[in-house]
Design a protein around this ligand. Sequence first.
Ligand SMILES: Cc1cc2nc3c(=O)[nH]c(=O)nc-3n(C[C@H](O)[C@H](O)[C@H](O)COP(=O)(O)OP(=O)(O)OC[C@H]3O[C@@H](n4cnc5c(N)ncnc54)[C@H](O)[C@@H]3O)c2cc1C
Length: 493
Amino acid sequence: MNRRNFCRTAVAAGVAAAYPLLGGCSRSEPPVATSADTSIRGISLGGLEIELERAAIRELGDAMTGPVILSGHPDYDGARMIWNGMHDKRPALIARCMNSRDVSSAVTFAAERNLLVAVRGGGHSWPGKSVCDDGLMIDLSQMHDVDIDIDKQRAHVGGGALLAHVDTASLEKGLVTTAGVVSHTGVGGFTLGGGFGRLNRKYGLAIDNLRSAEIVTADGQIRTVSDEQNSDLFWAIRGGGGNFGVVTSFEYQLHPFDRNVLSGSIVWPIDQVRDVLEFYAEWSAGLSDELYVGPTIATTPEGARVIMMDVVYNGDPATGEKELEALRKVGTPMADGVIVQDYVVMQTNLDAAFAHGVRSYAKNGMVKEWSQGLIDAIIDADDPRIFLANHVAGGAVKRVGELDTAFPHRNAEIMLVVVSGWMDPAQDEELIAASRAVYKAIEPHVGGYYDNIDFDGSGAARNYGPAYDRLTKIKAQYDAGNLFRLNSNIEPA
Ligand SMILES: Cc1cc2nc3c(=O)[nH]c(=O)nc-3n(C[C@H](O)[C@H](O)[C@H](O)COP(=O)(O)OP(=O)(O)OC[C@H]3O[C@@H](n4cnc5c(N)ncnc54)[C@H](O)[C@@H]3O)c2cc1C
């Protein structure tokens, strides 16, 4: 049997081991759908093996502007790898979409065949929901255009853009919206889950700045959602994650902004952690919306364990200096790097620490109120292998009604995030266990978690609280077959 026929025969017979061989079959052109010369093994939504016929794959390739990449293509490995190095999965097909019509073609292809679908925005899903084995990966990474309307103070952003794309384009025009703290995170998952950032006390979460979106639903239709159009769906995507379709474009409210902000970190040695946390617990309750400040416990590259306060003051620096005075008097800081500097310095200062390919685990809990018990737990459970980070909430985040959007944690003051990162797979077990131990210690003092920063999360029903019922009904209306299930899944009512 010649090599090409072997490949065809093996796949037709559904032999699992043949799948990796497909890429090795000699071809005169790189394996994209339009040149598919064999059927491919796929996997159904229910986990059954299905055959994806060659003609259908070619048809999908013909219908799309972007390529449909198969195993063996030079771009295949780059496209399937996501941020967290823990996830090494091999989709049967990667539909690299260039526009909403491409997304619609890909969604229809999957829906007609009951094929498992993963949607990749920026690829930062901690639990790896944006990639799958043997299914279709809808890759939005090329849809990253940002158009700024200066008069209306709005940004139209492609569904696969990164936060850096939004910050860069907006700041150039003297405008800004809430974006997260690592600039290579995708707007897609970030926004659909809520979207915390250093300006949220003043402007609210990313979803609070969302004015409309374009979404491809499970029936392949391209819909606009806003307060005026498909308002139920608009409500659901503001916190309900990728459950309702593929968002191909987001429209955000922008705000006039002076990018030179009082910002940076104040650092204390870990032996002052109690003084710093006890002060912060009281002081932070009365802060202005302009001031974003939260505690982080980390180990420096030199090996010193420290407690830090990360600061961004979104207003007149002189007023910010006054508001910070009391914090600066706590204990004896070993460094104070809070100065007036470009906002982008803060927005990119964690990019390298959270570089692509790191193996990482994260859990978080929402804190409604600081308590002595929480402070004691943080100190007692401290582990130098763990990064205790935070996202400060309160302010404008808290002023939005609990059920005005699908985001469930409006009443929290801060989110505490337990994160670990390592490179060697041999350390997986040890570091996951260490992270879980720290989280377990603080768990009695937190209420609910932010789904976007959770490696294990599978408690959508509990986490969404009173919003869950409405979410299941909207899910049933737009995705009764649960095509979009690789997310914190909301089951159709
Ligand atoms: C290093 C790092 C820093 C982070 N910092 C912050 C932060 O500051 N604030 C914060 O709130 N969160 C933060 N997060 C969490 C982040 O919001 C989530 O990981 C989010 O899911 C990332 O979105 P993504 O598009 O990059 O992810 P992806 O892995 O591409 O997708 C995540 C989920 O969203 C779905 N999805 C993505 N795009 C779309 C789309 N356009 N349409 C429909 N579904 C889509 C995917 O199917 C998947 O289920 C951070 C995460 C990491 C890894």
